[in-house]
Design a protein around this ligand. Structure first.
Ligand SMILES: Nc1nc2c(c(=O)[nH]1)N[C@H]1C(S)=C(S)[C@@H](COP(=O)(O)OP(=O)(O)OC[C@H]3O[C@@H](n4cnc5c(=O)[nH]c(N)nc54)[C@H](O)[C@@H]3O)O[C@H]1N2
Ligand SMILES: Nc1nc2c(c(=O)[nH]1)N[C@H]1C(S)=C(S)[C@@H](COP(=O)(O)OP(=O)(O)OC[C@H]3O[C@@H](n4cnc5c(=O)[nH]c(N)nc54)[C@H](O)[C@@H]3O)O[C@H]1N2
Ligand code: SF4
Ligand SMILES: [Mo]
Length: 681
């Protein structure tokens, strides 16, 4: 008997996760089947291990019996999930005809492309599809739901939202994880923090919820949600009052110190304890430790941004390392995200070709998708929706309105997907997508600076089509004759890297093939503001922190029938709504809503009781979990469950209860959701 020949192919996880693992697919030559998927042992952060969400990617997606492998045409009412299989060519003919007809009758802006972070590959999410919709002159989607609010807050102070490289946490001696949950959401960064701890660092978590990270940390402080700006301003107050500031750094590298010093005067420890609900002694200890242990690092992610005044908290916090001079040190300052390093370096214009647009394009904010779909006065009205790499029926706030819009008979909806998501069930045409092991891509990361390459390892099922090929074929059918619509994936990859940016020096497709990833050539050690801040005068603007003083009390319930704040948190078993369909999240019971015993008692709610969680938008059913991990006044549940169908992952979708009010940066304020919880009898 001959030996089974195996081939190893490098790739990278496509998900919206800061870790961006590099992976290795093992393919059986004879069958052409992928038989194993493992983390790349050569990649420092991945260290040979994929997380539990993705380790089963081959079973859960590539070879899943639930995978879409043929195009579908709707044959029942919208949302019913009734479809007839049709050929891919026929489906594409129909889509091209219908888009053409909509553009001709209502103008191209009546077509709205809705894509988000299902895959973060540049080719699958930011190349041919962007060219296509630009050339068409379709509406542009304002991609505001994750990141811009926190980014705006930090930018207002530093002129950029980049800072310390998250992996440089290893050099820190005081790590403040502020509104982030790395044990769940950045699983490969957490071991770096533990290594820093082994070298003497203290890990402090600031989170209203006692998360897994909080439980694993040295110290957990649980302020009331939305009071972080006050806490940061109070820390500034103590640093100034105790003379723990770095006067030289302040005078050489900042403006607005006097304004900030004035603004923080009212944030005494006593008053801040009242605002935040923290103990005075704890606030003082936090400020003193932060001001004296060097290097100190604040790790931010998106946990605090989804509130009306989310940006203010990030601005106030962003002032702290400029007060202490933490930015001087390797591993000192703020670690937020690393995307801009990549996006500034890649040839994004070459990939997206925005100049193809016939003129300026209307923008619709993704957070307000529901309003856009039902607005009778919108000119032009939305007549076609093209979804890929996203699941708006689940992830967009104010879900009932989104679904009302998706239900419209005069809306033509196309969904390109792996599985029949809630959104896909509303489609007129569903197109089956290739998975990450079947297409070429190149990936940025938002949690490290390693560029990863993803090579196709196996052939896709015959009925499936990748995003690039999909839009190539649609472009041909729409009569777009520009040569750029004939670019192959290899040409797109070369275009992405066709840049003189020094960070890409020496990085080529060939060199990436060798080990699957390569580090951007940032100056080492990376001390982000060693040469000044990227503001017009090179200085950090502490006045932006001072301005945060105006919004230090959280938004409260607007209707006293709904007094409890509903916090959504990311789940361990899903990435946003992806993999909710595996049902893994429900294997340990639930779905749970976490409630403080003090809130449960007056409502006669006992452990495990079925409860309705409701407000002006709707009602969901959960099982109550009484726990002191949430503070009084807060109910908390995992986000991501689908609600249609009868699959194992179906459950309460939190966006049924959220509103579509915007943050200062146009983002979603889904953490400003207020509900009542009642025992179901
Ligand atoms: N397993 C898993 N990993 C993921 C994801 C996932 O769905 N599942 N999603 C990915 C994506 S898209 C993102 S954006 C990241 C998000 O990564 P994180 O920001 O780490 O995750 P979140 O759960 O959104 O929020 C973190 C914490 O913020 C806290 N928080 C909420 N409001 C406040 C507040 O007012 N103040 C403070 N101090 N804390 C507050 C919440 O209690 C929560 O524990 O994770 C990524 N990684
Ligand atoms: N209430 C509440 N709402 C939230 C959040 C919350 O915590 N609470 N989190 C918010 C955040 S931080 C984010 S980032 C967003 C996430 O919003 P999305 O980026 O829309 O995330 P997913 O729900 O994972 O949906 C991605 C979809 O893309 C599909 N997909 C994956 N790969 C491909 C591909 O190669 N091609 C195509 N065509 N499709 C593919 C997946 O199957 C999946 O259905 O949700 C936001 N909404
Ligand atoms: S979701 Fe994140 S941790 Fe999991 S494999 Fe992908 S990049 Fe790694
Ligand atoms: Mo996100």
């Amino acid at each position: 008997m001959g030996e089974t020949l195996l081939r190893k192919v490098i790739g990278a996880c496509p998900h919206d996760c800061p870790d961006r693992c590099s992976w290795v697919v093992t393919v059986e030559e004879e069958t052409g089947k992928a038989i194993a998927l493992q983390g790349n042992a050569n990649h420092p952060l991945t260290a040979g291990r994929l997380c539990g969400k993705v380790a089963g990617y081959l079973d859960d997606r590539v070879y899943s019996r639930h995978r879409l492998t043929t195009a579908l045409k709707r044959c029942g009412p919208k949302g019913s999930g009734q479809f007839t299989p049709i050929g891919l060519a026929e489906a594409l003919d129909e889509v091209a005809d219908r888009l053409g007809a909509v553009a001709a009758q209502y103008g191209p802006e009546a077509i709205v492309p809705f894509s988000y972070e299902g895959t973060q590959g540049l080719l699958q999410s930011k190349s041919m599809s962007e060219r296509f919709f630009a050339r068409l002159g379709a509406t542009e989607l304002g991609k505001t739901i994750c990141g811009p609010t926190g980014g705006k807050g930090i930018n207002a102070v530093n002129g950029t939202s980049v800072g310390v490289l998250p992996e440089d946490a290893i050099h820190s001696r005081y790590v403040v994880v502020w509104g982030a949950n790395p044990v769940v959401t950045t699983q490969h960064l957490w071991p770096v923090m533990l290594k820093a701890r082994a070298r003497g660092a203290k890990i402090v978590v600031i989170d209203p919820v006692a998360t897994r990270t909080a439980n694993a940390a040295d110290w957990h402080l649980a302020p009331r949600p939305g009071t972080d700006a006050a806490l940061a301003l109070c820390i500034a107050h103590v640093l100034i009052a105790k003379g723990l500031t770095d006067a030289e750094w302040i005078s050489q590298h900042t403006t607005g110190y006097a304004e900030l010093a004035e603004a923080v005067q009212e944030f005494t420890v006593c008053r801040t304890a009242q605002i935040t609900g923290l103990r005075e002694q704890d606030i003082e200890t936090l400020a003193l430790e932060y001001g004296t242990v060097t290097p100190s690092l604040i790790r931010l992610l998106v946990g605090m941004e989804h509130q009306a005044h989310g940006a203010a908290a990030y601005s106030a916090i962003a002032c702290l390392p400029s007060l202490t001079g933490a930015w001087r040190h390797h591993g000192g300052g703020i670690a937020y995200h690393t995307s801009p390093h990549f996006m500034n370096a890649f040839n994004m214009d070459g990939l997206k070709m925005p100049h193809l647009a016939p003129g300026p394009r209307r923008q619709i904010n993704m957070v307000r998708l529901g309003q856009a779909l039902v607005d009778p006065d919108l000119d032009p009205p939305v007549k076609a929706l093209f979804v890929h790499g996203s699941n708006p029926a689940v992830i967009v706030p104010r879900q009932p309105l989104v679904r009302q819009g998706l239900q419209r008979d005069d809306l033509y909806t196309v969904v390109h997907e792996h599985v029949l998501t809630d959104t896909a069930r509303y489609a007129d045409i569903v197109l089956p997508a290739t998975t990450q092991v079947e297409h070429l891509d190149i990936m940025k990361s938002w949690g490290h600076i390693d560029l990863t390459l993803n090579l196709p390892a196996v052939a896709p099922p015959p009925g499936c089509i990748g995003v690039t090929e999909l839009f190539r074929q649609l472009a041909a059918r729409m009569g777009f004759t520009e040569p750029c619509f004939a670019d192959t994936d290899e040409q797109l990859l070369a275009t992405a890297l066709d840049s003189d940016h020094p960070y890409l020096a020496g990085i080529t497709v060939e060199s990436l093939r060798a080990q699957g990833w390569q580090r951007l050539r940032l100056p080492q050690p990376w001390i982000p503001f060693a040469n000044g801040f990227p503001t017009p005068d090179g200085r950090a603007r502490l006045s932006a922190g001072a301005a945060a003083a105006a919004t230090t009390t959280p938004t409260g319930p607007s209707d006293n029938r709904f007094p409890l704040r509903l916090l959504s948190v990311k789940g361990l078993h899903s990435i946003n709504s992806t993999y909710a369909d595996t049902g893994r999240a429900q294997r340990r019971g639930g779905p749970w809503i976490d409630l403080h015993p003090d809130d449960a008692a007056p409502r006669s709610i006992g452990q495990g009781d079925p409860v309705s969680v409701h407000n002006q938008h709707g009602s969901l059913t959960f099982q109550a979990r009484l726990t002191c991990t949430v503070p009084p006044g807060v109910a908390s549940a995992v986000f991501g469950a689908w609600s249609n169908g009868d699959g194992p992952g179906c459950g309460p979708c939190l966006n049924l209860l959220t509103g579509d009010e915007l943050t200062e940066a146009g983002g979603s304020s889904y953490q400003d959701t207020f509900v009542e919880v009642a025992r179901q009898w």
